[in-house]
Design a protein around this ligand. Structure first.
Ligand SMILES: O=P(O)(O)O[C@H]1O[C@H](CO)[C@@H](O)[C@H]1O
Ligand code: HPA
Length: 329
């Protein structure tokens, strides 16, 4: 692939009016300054990555808590073949991972025959990054040629029918942080990424959810695969009983601290999205219960389910790639 031309998107020349200069520096609520990235800056990041690997990924995977670190220890290394890893510290303009269970590097390689890039570690709002910065890798993936995003996360189960270790296919989300005006697309819009007002009602591609249910049957794991609504809170504290009961009332099945803003960013730049939550704990919705959520349990359940997740993701990548190929014969 030749280096990316900033004046051409989807083979069409970009009108000068579509390019909006983003403010160079944004200050977050803690007074910390974050450099804003223009389209051109992210193209530089993407070109750097293209020079580091021969893989040209069409599918991007984001590993949730506990699902990335183990990929480092032989397990996914066996699944992502020809792995070429680039630590986040080496990537120009990239944030770095600060959370246990998030390794902090991009892994380029293949899942079966499908060229992929996996984020072995994501960025969360509670780490101090503005939402747009948490989602910067999604835009970089788009510039690398990724058409489909598979986002995974660890989440607390609110739906009383969910058990620890279940996998919830995300059918929709409630953007709680967006209700307060916090959105990854906040700020000037550069139309080379996408439109000012992107629709979000079909965020989680119906066809891919259908495929995932078929794959679950084929892998004999349909009894642990559910489908539901996810929400992201800012974290880092786990929720109060009253907060969880409120979320339950408004139709949330699983709660976490990620994914929603990544999905919004991916849809904005017209990527196909599939997301799933590993239910790592049951949300405590009664004052009578003694249990408390904790990150160690979250990581343990990720470890417990790593074999199943690996097989599932590998099959999904294969089937999504085939579905995409049938779309563009
Ligand atoms: O969403 P991921 O990154 O999987 O992680 C989830 O697990 C962590 C809490 O244990 C939080 O970061 C929450 O968002
Ligand atoms: O119960 C939870 N709440 C929020 N985020 C989470 N991530 C894993 N479990 C949880």
């Amino acid at each position: 692939m030749a280096p990316i031309n900033v004046d051409v998107v989807n083979d069409s020349k970009v009108a000068p009016t579509a390019k909006k200069a983003l403010p160079e520096v944004e200050t977050d609520s803690n007074g910390q300054e974050h450099k804003r990235y223009s389209y051109e800056t992210l193209v530089e990041t993407a070109n750097f990555l293209l020079s580091k690997t021969s893989v040209r990924p069409t599918i991007g995977v984001i590993c949730g808590s506990g699902m990335g670190s183990y990929w480092n220890e032989g397990s996914l290394a066996e699944t992502i073949t020809d792995a070429q890893c680039v630590p986040y510290e080496e990537i120009p303009n990239f944030p770095v991972s600060t959370v246990e269970g998030h390794h902090g590097r991009l892994v380029f390689g293949h899942l079966g025959d499908v060229p992929v890039v996996a984020m072995q570690g994501r960025f969360h709002y509670y780490e101090g990054y503005p939402l747009w910065k948490c989602c910067l890798p999604v835009r970089v993936m788009k510039l690398l040629g990724v058409q489909t995003l598979i986002a995974t996360n660890a989440a607390g189960g609110l739906n009383p029918n969910y058990k620890i270790g279940d996998i919830m296919i995300v059918k929709d989300h409630i953007n709680m942080m967006g209700f307060a005006g916090n959105n990854p697309l906040h700020g000037p819009n550069d139309e080379r990424f996408g439109p000012r007002f992107p629709p979000m009602n079909k965020a989680y591609r119906f066809e891919y959810r259908k495929i995932a249910k078929e794959v679950a049957k084929e892998l004999n794991i349909e009894n642990i695969v559910k489908e539901g609504v996810y929400t992201c809170l800012g974290g880092p504290n786990f929720e109060t009983v009253a907060e969880l009961n409120m979320l339950k009332m408004v139709g949330v099945d699983a709660v976490g601290m990620s994914t929603v803003h990544e999905v919004i960013t991916a849809r904005h730049c017209d990527m196909n999205v599939f997301a799933m939550s590993l239910i790592t704990n049951e949300c405590v919705t009664s004052y009578d219960l003694d249990a408390e959520a904790n990150h160690e349990e979250v990581l343990d359940v990720g470890r417990m389910r790593q074999d199943i997740l690996r097989k599932f993701v590998k099959q999904l990548a294969d089937r999504f790639a085939k579905a995409k190929a049938n779309e563009n014969p």
